[in-house]
Design a protein around this ligand. Structure first.
Ligand SMILES: [Fe+2]
Length: 365
């Protein structure tokens, strides 16, 4: 494959000396809303992905106090809909996009508050790094939100949230908003001003039906594009990771690499990703583990759930602690180091890249 430097050395045979006729031709192009390929091919077809998005780390110690301050100053309700603060990638021109495809935000709900119901084409999830006491009501099904849980709101599901306690709660939202905005595929509809069901069950109806590993209800044999399971509970995730490391101790194949346990959350009807556009995973590194460096097409976001360590993004080391979030844009090299046992939640746009056959990966030898 031609390297960057080799391509830069290739003289563009289609850049003749400036002349009055040439200037007139380019002006005529402009007047007719035309643009030549030959002056911009390096931008349009780079040798490898050259994202405008940059690698970046957001510290939980900064995010949470700002969300709390927003809680004091901004009421939540119809119109703005959510007290959600988007993580804006510094390379993306001031847009609240963490990458060209993904949105990530910290959302904050004060004591006894309700975020009204609505629905949209965009797929969404919540992940809880601390706190409890909020129920998200998805298509009328109240789903408890607790530390370590992944909660799903697939596209076009009605959803609202309510805080049943006297304590505030914050969590992260992940959506495919940038992708849907750039593709112009989004629809939106308001629902109930209050959530349709204020019940606070420990387990949602979706979990009672679908939340038994390996067991499919015979009433539900039709596959679905998004997971019908509304909540992936921490107790299951933690146990799966713990068992992988125990199996590794016993010399059994279980981990993705030495000292690196990992799971992907899946749609129980297909075994594929939980939603059509977003992949969710959880990774656990033993103390002292360093992952191999990798590059992948598409963008990925991590949040530290527990422990301390570092991520090396394009050769630059960033220390990480609980709640910190970072993004690795497309094809950017990254690897992780665990100073303690390090637990990380991860999401990415990999389902889009794989389905459209753009996915490529490069692993360090
Ligand atoms: Fe929403």
């Amino acid at each position: 494959m031609t390297s960057d430097t080799e391509k830069n050395k290739v003289k563009n045979a289609m850049q003749p000396e400036d002349s009055l006729e040439l200037k007139a031709l380019y002006k005529a192009f402009e007047n007719e809303s035309l643009m030549p390929l030959w002056t911009q091919i390096d931008d349009l077809m780079p040798i490898h992905p050259k994202p405008k998005a940059v690698p970046h780390v957001w510290k939980w110690s900064k995010l949470l106090p700002l969300a709390e301050q927003a809680g004091k100053l901004i009421p939540v309700g119809r119109g703005g809909e959510r007290r959600a603060i988007g993580l804006a990638n510094p390379g993306l021109d001031g847009k609240a996009y963490i990458s060209p495809t993904l949105w990530a935000a910290i959302q904050y709900l004060g004591p006894r508050e309700t975020a009204p119901e609505h629905r949209h084409s965009q797929n969404a999830f919540r992940f809880v790094v601390e706190g409890e006491g909020v129920w998200t009501v998805v298509n009328g099904d109240p789903v408890r939100m607790s530390r370590g849980d992944l909660l799903l709101t697939p596209g076009w599901s009605f959803h609202g949230h309510h805080n049943d306690t006297d304590e505030p709660m914050a969590w992260i939202d992940g959506l495919d908003i940038p992708f849907t905005q750039q593709m112009d595929v989004g629809f939106f509809e308001f629902g109930s001003e209050r959530v349709t069901d204020y019940a606070t069950p420990d387990y949602s109806r979706s979990e009672r039906l679908w939340g038994h590993a390996g067991l499919r209800p015979l009433s539900q044999l039709q596959n679905m594009p998004a997971s019908p399971l509304g909540a992936y509970r921490w107790e299951h995730t933690d146990r799966a990771l713990t068992e992988q490391l125990l199996l590794e101790d016993e010399g059994q194949p279980a981990t993705t690499a030495q000292g690196h346990a990992a799971i992907r959350y899946v749609n129980p009807t297909t075994g594929e990703d939980v939603m059509p556009t977003i992949r969710c995973e959880f990774h656990r590194l033993r103390v002292g583990t360093e992952t191999i460096q990798r590059q992948d097409v598409g963008s990925t976001v991590f949040q530290v759930f527990d422990g301390r360590g570092a991520v090396v993004l394009n050769g630059i080391t960033h220390k990480l602690e609980k709640g910190d979030m970072f993004v690795a844009p497309s094809w950017l090299p990254w690897y992780l180091q665990a100073d303690t046992q390090l637990d990380l939640f991860r999401f990415s746009d990999a389902p889009i890249m794989e389905r459209l056959k753009f996915m490529r990966s490069k692993l360090e030898e």
